[in-house]
Design a protein around this ligand. Structure first.
Ligand code: FAD
Ligand code: ZN
Length: 472
């Protein structure tokens, strides 16, 4: 019997038929991701029901040198969670590990298993009169284990931080099958290296996250949302600074949306309506929240808008007067993603210091337009934390495949500028396969070498998500 067959037979005995999928039709959704950049192959998808089962599966894999790819909601965008094409890795899906173990409203923590869907955690926190602030477009299907493994960001990082900032403790299955129980809910613990940080953002290459202790916050009782039109991108970050100061630390989200994105959404996504009476080249969707009922938030937002109109930073704006209006405004933000799916789109997920966001957008736009006249840059995203999703939509009429074949050429332009501005070439989506080689050009040799040493130390046989993040 081949080594892989022997390992699979042992694994099947541990997880039982419910935890073992090998019917090709059932494997299908685990092999591709949202953008369709990769199509993997695998013999089996393993769905353990407990941490002990995860540990046992990993121990068997280690014994047989069988590599495995952890997978959460499979909403990742960099090829990290899909197996390679050679079929030599199995997929370890965490979806059955979806219990909320405890909510401690006094400690403001929630202890949860890795397979919990993000939106379920948001709801559970809300039912306990608390807030779990991690929030993003994929929240209805991504899992907290995936969020932590990618150190996900999203729309509220500005106020609450990214997944790394929201995690106090982890339970992790290591490459040899040992279980590390680090599920502490402490804000202070200086007893040596902060081991959980290795696994957060580790993209499944250093260990399998099976549970986490997460931070909760007071539940917002008042939320204010505004959609503002701007004439000049140069004004965007000045507006951000004003908004942060004027709203007394209550700013949660500050999203940039270019007119070109709205045009694509109106053209392709039913239900998208122009938010303001006249079009503007740039828009900001901002949100403030307070845990105080009423809280004078509307008045605060109105005063801010009046002053921004008076100084000319903002050309026009609307403040949501109801929950339904708030939902409509956020719908536009989501629709601009959907609207870009109908043409070839070369994507960049980068960050620069907040004060240099406008400079980045102006210079990157100019550079890509010089390279390919007619290209349609769509810079959008969470600019309040310096994160720009610079998507480049193909020129109208250009051949889609020929356009996408030029991805690296545009990477060189955009990432080159990111380097000059001391930014990062992956702000929130991670490295996976997509940027594994690319990061070696933008991180120092010593950084890459330290990453390799960590990988070798924690996974000496290279069985945890091999070929992702860093080559060893
Ligand atoms: P997967 O895609 O299943 O896996 C991602 C990586 O983590 C893989 O390398 C996988 O091997 C590893 N992994 C998964 N679970 C575990 C585990 N338990 N232990 C160890 N390793 C594991 N991301 C953002 O940061 N901000 C956004 O605003 C954002 N918006 C998005 C909007 C849309 C519409 C979509 C489709 C994606 C978006 N993303 C965003 C990307 C994606 O949702 C996040 O990266 C998310 O955190 C991935 O979670 P997942 O459960 O789907 O992980
Ligand atoms: Zn994002």
């Amino acid at each position: 019997m081949k080594r892989i067959d022997a390992a699979l037979a042992e694994i099947k005995r541990v997880v039982g038929p419910t935890g073992f999928l090998d019917d090709p039709a059932l494997l299908e959704p685990y092999l591709i991701e949202e953008r369709g950049l990769y199509r993997g192959a695998t013999r089996a998808v393993i769905r353990p029901a407990s941490t002990a089962e995860v540990a046992e599966v990993v121990r068997i894999c280690a014994g047989h040198r069988l590599a495995l790819v952890p997978q959460g909601g499979n909403t990742g965008l960099v090829g990290g969670g899909v197996p390679p094409e050679d079929g030599q890795n199995i997929v370890l899906a965490l979806s059955r590990r979806n219990r909320i173990r405890a909510i401690d409203p006094v400690n403001f923590t929630m202890t949860v298993e890795a397979g919990c869907i993000l939106s379920d955690l948001q709801k559970a926190a809300q039912e306990s009169d608390r807030l779990f602030p991690l929030s993003m477009g994929a929240e209805g299907s991504c899992q907290i284990g995936g969020n932590l493994s990618t150190n996900a960001g999203g729309i509220a990082v500005l106020r609450y931080g990214n997944a790394r900032d929201l995690c106090l403790g982890l339970e992790v299955v290591l490459a040899g099958g040992e279980i590390w129980d680090g599920l502490k809910g402490l804000r202070k613990d200086n007893t040596g290296y902060d081991l959980k940080q290795l696994f957060i953002g580790g993209e499944g290459t250093l260990g399998i996250i099976t549970a986490a202790c997460l931070k909760l916050f007071p539940k917002p009782r008042a939320i204010g949302t505004a959609f503002l039109g701007l004439s000049r991108v140069e004004d965007v970050m000045a507006l951000f600074a004003e908004a942060r100061a004027a709203t007394a630390d209550q700013l949660v989200a500050f999203e940039l949306i270019p007119r070109a994105g709205i045009d694509l959404a109106i053209a392709h996504v039913a239900g998208t309506v122009d938010p303001l009476a006249s079009p503007y080249p740039w828009y900001v969707l901002l949100e403030v929240s307070s845990s105080e009922e009423g809280g004078g938030l509307s008045a605060l937002l109105e005063r801010f808008l009046e002053s921004a109109l008076a100084t000319g930073l903002v050309a026009d704006g609307v403040i949501a007067a109801s929950r339904a209006q708030r939902r409509d405004l956020w719908f536009i933000r989501e629709a601009i993603l959907e609207g870009q799916k109908y043409s070839g789109s070369i994507k960049h997920d980068v960050s620069v210091p907040v004060s240099r966001v406008a400079e980045f957008i102006i210079r990157a736009t100019r550079a890509v337009e010089e390279r390919l006249p007619g290209i349609r840059p769509i810079p959008f995203g969470h600019v309040g934390d310096g994160n720009i999703h610079l998507n480049l939509t193909q020129p109208e009429g250009y051949d889609r495949a020929a356009y996408l074949a030029r991805w690296q050429e545009f990477n060189d332009i955009v990432h080159g500028l990111v380097r000059e501005l001391q930014g990062s070439i992956s702000a929130e989506h991670g490295v996976g396969r997509l940027k594994r080689e690319e990061i070696t050009r933008y991180k120092s040799p010593i950084e890459i070498e330290l990453m390799r040493r960590l990988k070798r130390a924690l996974d000496p046989d290279n069985i945890l998500n091999p070929g992702k993040v860093v080559a060893v």
